[in-house]
Design a protein around this ligand. Sequence first.
Ligand code: ZN
Length: 149
Amino acid sequence: MSDLRSLYQEIIIDHGRNPRNFRACEHATHIKEGHNPLCGDQVTVYVCKRDQKIEEITFQGKGCAISMASSSLMTEILKGKDIIEVEELFSHFHEMVTKGVQDNSTEKLGKLSVLSGVNEFPARVKCATLAWHALLAALQGSENKVTTE
Ligand code: ZN
């Protein structure tokens, strides 16, 4: 377990330092900014949604390693997923970061499992879920570009 933990740690540090899909997306259909005042994390999520599928997802922002790594991993895993899958993944992810790993959840969550240790640090849950909340708010918003605080 400690080997697994240090591997998870390395992946978080890697994504925190070199976040993937870290750019604005000019043809985004949905844009939303999220802010976590407890930690100072700021994330803007850009989504290009077509036929109920996430065709492209990118983000920009600044914050702690957890928030950056979580945003980065989220954009990697959600590309090509449909909206139902996104909501399902978020509910598993939210359960993992608040209650720890549940049966079979690592299989469903794939790479997102590296953030499973967050459940031991309740103050960091908001860091890990910030990008997800911004994404879901973006998807529930209008088709036009919207940006909110
Ligand atoms: Zn944070």
